[in-house]
Design a protein around this ligand. Structure first.
Ligand SMILES: [Fe+2]
Ligand SMILES: [Fe+2]
Length: 387
């Protein structure tokens, strides 16, 4: 029941009859105080929700996996801020200043829908929010199209239209993450290559374990004499080589201008898996086990990447760094280390791997003589003297 002074009773009755018959109210029309206050509270909460919803999504603009995704997410964030803007203007018309609304939001005196403000831990969350949360939002927001307050209804027309596009953006991210991309002919080739590795590994396993098997499982082909070690090793290594050739061919022929770098990546990874077990140090760079570069130099090289290459720290954490080639030379009394590093984000195939070359000189104290890199800038030391 709306409480009004007796003098306004007639106006109130007319107002209620107008609303009941489906009539609309404009900002300049007379309205009962409780109607105005309820409208203001609701619209302010709606505006706050749009604004708060932007914050977790905004975090991912910098980390979007491709240019297209970045553009789409940036546009969505702009839309949401725009929704907040439109709604705050409506609230201002109802008598509350923008500054007061911001103060109240920051002080926790006004509310927002917390469903729009869940943390986004991964890119997948961004897709799910845009698809499902915005889909839920549009269902409740569509109900507002029929509100008696006309300025709100007009604003909701635009908001609903934009929200329905956000759903498409989210759906597309989720479907892509779920593997809904078009069929790639390299997938069966990859499956064949991995099967060759697996079966080759089984042969080699039997070859290397033949003495244990002779004791424990004499019925197996090698101990029982149905196959010779020579045959088993020939087939095992042959299958591994065939898998490697197949993968290398796929990498070489793959789309994009970076086929050569992909091959370098591939060979580094495979040689790493085959023979070069990583040595744990404090350094973020993976060196071969038999490297001639001592741990202190490895750690120094890592500090140089941290200090001089313009990666954001989260980005550096996402990347892998492999010293695919590291040489140690003696030049007069100095020791010179030439280290070539391949860096990539393993999950982000759209980004080509970067190569960082550095020369570290130990002449009693360690110093960086040169650093060069592809794709990301790494600041050179002031004296760029390559020994
Ligand atoms: Fe929105
Ligand atoms: Fe939205």
């Amino acid at each position: 029941m709306i409480a009004v002074p007796a003098s306004d009773m007639t106006r109130l009755e007319a107002f209620l009859a107008h609303i009941a018959s489906g009539g609309k109210v404009e900002a300049t029309d007379w309205m009962p105080e409780e109607y105005r206050a309820a409208l203001l509270r609701f619209i302010e909460m709606h505006a706050n929700s749009e604004l708060m919803g932007v914050l977790p999504e905004r975090e991912w603009i910098m980390r979007a996996p491709s240019l297209q995704r970045k553009l789409a997410l940036t546009a969505k964030v702009q839309d949401e801020v725009g929704h907040a803007q439109l709604l705050y203007r409506l609230a201002e018309d109802l008598g509350k200043s923008r500054a007061q609304m911001m103060d109240d939001l920051l002080a926790g005196r006004t509310k927002f829908h917390n469903v729009f403000h869940y943390p986004t831990h991964s890119w997948g969350d961004v897709g799910v929010i845009a698809w499902l949360v915005d889909a839920a939002a549009i269902l409740s927001q569509k109900a507002l199209l029929g509100t008696s307050y006309s300025p709100y209804a007009r604003t909701m027309q635009r908001i609903c239209w934009e929200e329905s596009f956000h759903i498409k953006h989210g759906y597309d991210i989720v479907v892509t993450l779920a593997g809904g991309a078009s069929f790639d002919t390299r997938v069966p080739l990859l499956m064949v290559a991995l099967s060759l590795f697996y079966v080759g590994g089984m042969f080699l396993n039997d070859g290397f374990d033949r003495e244990v098997d002779a004791r424990e499982r004499p019925e197996r082909p090698l101990p029982s004499g149905r196959a010779t070690p020579r045959e088993v090793f020939a087939i095992g290594f042959g299958l591994l080589a065939a898998g490697l050739v197949l993968l290398a061919t796929m990498a070489w022929l793959g789309p994009g201008p970076h086929a050569v770098r992909r091959l370098v990546t591939l060979v580094s990874i495979l040689s790493g898996l085959a023979s070069l077990a990583p040595v744990p140090t404090d350094a973020g760079i993976l060196f071969a086990r038999d490297t001639t570069v001592p741990p202190s130099v490895q750690e120094f090289a890592w500090r140089m990447i941290e200090k001089r290459c313009s990666y954001q720290s989260y980005e550096r954490g996402q990347r892998s760094f492999w010293a695919y080639e590291a040489r140690t030379r003696r030049v007069a009394a100095d020791i010179v280390y030439s280290i070539n590093i391949l860096s990539e984000v393993t999950w982000k195939k759209t980004e080509p791997p970067a190569i960082i070359n550095m020369i570290v000189v130990d002449d009693g104290r360690m110093r960086l003589a040169a650093i060069r890199s592809s794709f990301i800038p790494c600041a050179s030391p002031p004296e760029f003297a390559v020994p």
